[in-house]
Design a protein around this ligand. Sequence first.
Ligand code: AMP
Length: 239
Amino acid sequence: MTTGGPGAGAGSLRAPVSELNLILLGPPGAGKGTQAERITEDFDLPYISTGDILREAVKSGTELGRQAKEYMDRGELVPDDVIIGVILEKVESPEAADGFILDGFPRTVAQAEALDQAFAKLGRELTAAILLDVPDEEVVRRLSGRRISPAGRVYHVDFNPPKVPGRCDVDGSELIQRDDDKPEVIRKRLEVYHSSTAPLIGYYEDKGILRRFDGTMAPTEVHDHIRATIATLKLEDEL
Ligand code: AMP
């Protein structure tokens, strides 16, 4: 992945834009969605969230949603063969040709290997795996207080309360708790994270692309660190 270098000026063929193929790792509630939203704006990348794709599929009652719902309700992972094809299709779409930010995938070593294989065939590679580190007790505190509006605005009963309890500040709609943010499901999701997803930390460390961030810092601070790291990676890639 190199660009045109010093000779690529006016009149020469346009240098290809360097790809930023990013994945976000971390437990549920680590702030992946919040950071992804900001990075997407900083670097103009398409945002691919498996959780959002699956929740949308459940809402609209598609075959994917039908297959995924029972697993999601229990806080378990949707089977690899259900999710891998859906996500690879997104990553290989023209919109993601210059890069993307992937939130919630891969979640198992089998998913990571499928992504690697698909990328190897395309001659592409991942730029970085961004890990947001947050201890379990903080995850439980964050998720059990999380409330969302039907339009997807996110509040927290302690850290980001709405002006009127239970009502969205913007449109007054009733806030709800995601089924999988209920305490017993949170515990299950954490268990699944440690057994199935945390092994990916070593997987990407071995490949030399893991970048670790302290997810307990304020979201703005976490964002500043991530943005600086990605900007450096992009610069190195363009040299
Ligand atoms: P999230 O919003 O990322 O926490 O995802 C919500 C739920 O969707 C998870 O608890 C899983 O049931 C399911 N899910 C999301 N991403 C994946 C994935 N890559 N593999 C399997 N299941 C997933």
